[in-house]
Design a protein around this ligand. Structure first.
Ligand SMILES: Nc1ncnc2c1ncn2[C@@H]1O[C@H](COP(=O)(O)OP(=O)(O)O)[C@@H](O)[C@H]1O
Ligand SMILES: [Mg+2]
Length: 441
């Protein structure tokens, strides 16, 4: 079943219209609004001339001087603040994609020759200065440095206030495009490796108090060395922060990957929303198409009910207290349909999928727990005389080493798939390979 090939987009952050890549400069020139007026006379500063003065006099109130805590390190202890480099340090190669909040280019660093990706933030219609969402995106990328999170290199600026770019490592594919282009789905052993990488990135983000809030296959990049990198922290936020009166926004997570508690209007949610999206991604890797291709929220809820069975008091004790629960008519109780939908998945795989796609956010598996799931590692007890050994081993098939993944032409790098008549093609994988995946022939 396929509703739309493009799929739903990231919820809108009330952002600007698209700015054509080819006339960036022209449009930006027109869009310089309210250039900062320079003061003719400098205002008398309340700060002491030298910051060291404030450190030398901790906690002593001198009229005209602010009180500094002795715990605040002096300015000289901070890393030196240098201005952002110019975008002209990079040579633009090609446009990769225009997403919801920015356009992404492939570029070459003129000094080092490194190939990078530049994401131009859409700032052209901002009226209130630099948007908090862009600050969060940069901040989250810096806070979540990890092998499986796309590496941020720097932030560069163009000629005008609306030209700000995040410079990242260039990664050849995004998982959504790759799944569309691949002739056959990933093997079970490959899916295990990808899931291990994804879970370890999400564990790292959650440990660092960052919720991603837009996990989906188009936001997962994959290089030709079998490594995936979580990208697009445009909706990310710290979840340890005190939440405002209105709670956290429900306008998060692209529809198909949105957790049921957000759909039903929960004002407080946490790391479990990312774990639901991880479940949807796991299913998409297995099916080679998105799991819940719904046109709207109502259709999505009924698709979820159909797969999981309607929620009950034990499967989701908090269900009836959710703001939108009363507006929903529950279907008659029936068993979940996981086994019918994922016929070739091992029992441990089904268990992991069900633990991710669990109604109650409090019962939903965390990234840390999922990494220890028997789908990846089985623990058997061997008793020999009076001794009991625990032996960890992986359920068959073993996760595939990233180096053994196949490589694909990168659409982002402008590489084209070789035409079939260029050379005879390699024998395809066995047609009924799904039956063989447990052994990965
Ligand atoms: N570092 C990168 N390397 C290569 N391609 C990238 C990179 N970052 C993003 N892209 C491509 O650009 C697309 C949009 O980027 P993304 O950060 O998701 O922006 P948006 O917030 O607009 O969705 C991605 O789906 C991917 O195809
Ligand atoms: Mg995106």
């Amino acid at each position: 079943m396929s509703v739309s090939t493009a799929g739903p987009s990231t919820p809108s952050r009330k952002r600007s219209r698209w700015q054509n890549s080819d006339d960036d400069n022209e449009e930006d020139q027109q869009l310089i609004i309210n250039p900062v007026k320079r003061r003719t006379k400098p205002k008398p500063s309340k700060e002491p001339a030298s910051s060291s003065a404030s450190v030398a006099l901790p906690n002593i109130k001198i009229p005209g001087y602010p009180i500094h805590s002795i715990y605040v390190p002096p300015r000289t202890h901070h890393p030196p603040i240098t201005p952002s480099r110019s975008v002209y340090c990079y040579e633009r190669l090609n446009q990769i994609e225009e997403g919801t909040y920015g356009v992404v280019f492939r570029a070459r660093d003129k000094q080092t020759g490194d190939i990078v990706a530049l994401k131009k933030l859409k700032l052209d219609e901002e009226k209130n200065g630099f948007p908090i969402t862009s600050l969060r995106e940069i901040n989250a990328l810096m806070a979540c440095r990890h092998d499986n999170v796309v590496g941020i290199r720097e932030v560069v600026v163009g000629d005008t206030l609306t030209q700000v770019f995040i410079v990242m490592d260039f990664i050849e594919h995004d998982l959504k495009s790759l799944l569309t282009l691949m002739p056959s789905p990933f093997l079970q052993s490959e899916i295990k490796t990808l899931m291990l990488q994804l879970l370890s990135a999400i564990k790292h983000c959650h440990t660092n108090w960052i919720l991603h809030r837009d996990l989906k296959t188009s936001n997962l990049l994959m290089n030709n060395r079998g490594t995936i990198k979580v990208a697009d922290f445009g909706l990310a936020r710290r979840y340890g922060d005190p939440v405002g009166v209105g709670g956290m926004t429900q306008l998060v997570v692209t529809l198909w990957y949105r957790a049921p508690e957000i759909l039903l209007g929960a004002e407080k949610y946490s790391t479990a929303v990312d774990m639901w999206s991880v479940g949807c991604i796991f299913a998409e890797l297995l099916l080679k198409e998105p799991l819940f291709q719904a046109k709207n929220e109502i259709e999505l809820i009924s698709m979820i009910f159909k797969l999981l069975g309607p929620p009950t008091n034990s499967s989701w004790p908090g269900y009836s207290s959710l703001p939108l629960a009363k507006t929903i008519t529950l279907p008659s109780p029936h068993l979940h349909q996981f086994r019918q939908k994922f016929q070739y998945l091992t029992t441990a795989g089904i268990d992991l999928l069900m633990s991710l796609l669990t109604y109650d956010p409090d019962q939903r598996i965390s990234a840390e727990e999922a990494l220890d799931h028997p789908y990846f590692t089985c623990v058997i007890l061997l008793s020999w005389y009076r001794y009991v050994f625990t032996t960890p081993f992986s359920e068959s098939p073993l996760p595939k080493h990233p180096d053994l993944f196949g490589s694909f032409p990168s659409a982002a790098a402008g590489e084209k798939k070789r035409k079939v008549f260029d050379s005879p093609s390699a024998p395809t994988r066995p047609a009924d390979y799904k039956l063989l995946t447990d052994f990965d022939m």
